[in-house]
Design a protein around this ligand. Structure first.
Ligand SMILES: Cc1cc2nc3c(=O)[nH]c(=O)nc-3n(C[C@H](O)[C@H](O)[C@H](O)COP(=O)(O)O)c2cc1C
Length: 206
């Protein structure tokens, strides 16, 4: 009986010790933290606006992960006003190409909107809808790149025409579109991709 009690106690304590060891290892090894930060920087620097897509459709599991990344995005007062349309039928993509010249041959695209019934107000005539939706898009854009896919955020589209063609309810406001998919072999970053303003022009410490 006593033997069983000792074995049970050891079984309970061992994982705790292993967990603490791991935490101490992380605390004592600054390189571990650096690695994590660099992974994000690699992702952020490697992503570029893809303007030439292959015809291969994106698998449902990848679309699910991209949408999940969007779900995790912060929104004002956690209002989560985003409404995301996944355009991938022939009919939907024909309409997408009608409302924007920037689908770049992608076999699918997202249409990002906010729901006026859910959005957090910002004074009498404004709300956080476009900001919320842009953060959602950013999460999804980076997860798509993380999965080996290309994206291009698109502001150049006719929102009224999108409302009409996609028969959106009155409370749904289109903000951005984003073709996504496998980059075609010819896809490459534009020249402006690596043109950055100097840090001291855009940042000021007060
Ligand atoms: C809000 C927003 C709207 C954009 N609209 C368009 C667009 O309509 N068409 C397009 O080809 N690219 C569009 N872009 C992509 C930018 O041109 C691109 O991000 C920028 O030139 C930097 O290049 P990079 O994304 O390759 O780093 C948009 C980007 C943002 C953030």
């Amino acid at each position: 009986m006593k033997k069983y009690a000792i074995i049970t106690l050891l079984a309970l304590l061992l994982p705790l010790c292993a967990c603490n060891e791991q935490k101490n290892e992380q605390k004592n090894n600054p390189d571990m933290e650096t690695t994590a930060k660099n992974d994000f920087m690699t992702l952020a620097a490697g992503r570029y606006s893809v303007r030439h897509f292959a015809s291969k459709p994106v698998e449902q599991e990848k679309i699910d992960l991209i949408l999940e990344a969007g779900k995790l995005a912060p929104t004002a007062v956690n209002s989560q006003p985003q409404m995301i349309y996944v355009l991938r039928s022939e009919d939907a993509m024909a309409k997408a190409n009608q409302v924007s010249p920037c689908m770049y041959g992608a076999p699918q695209a997202f249409l990002f909107c906010y729901d006026d019934n859910r959005v957090c107000r910002r004074g009498p005539n404004d709300n956080y809808g476009d900001i919320d939706v842009t953060i959602v898009l950013t999460h999804m854009m980076l997860e798509a790149y993380n999965l080996g896919l290309g994206t291009c955020p698109v502001g150049a589209f006719n929102a009224d025409e999108a409302c009409r063609l996609f028969e959106l309810p009155e409370n749904i406001h289109p903000i951005l579109m984003m073709p996504f998919g496998y980059p075609a072999p010819a896809a490459k970053p534009s020249e402006s991709h690596t043109k950055y303003r100097k840090m001291d022009e855009m940042v000021e410490y007060k």
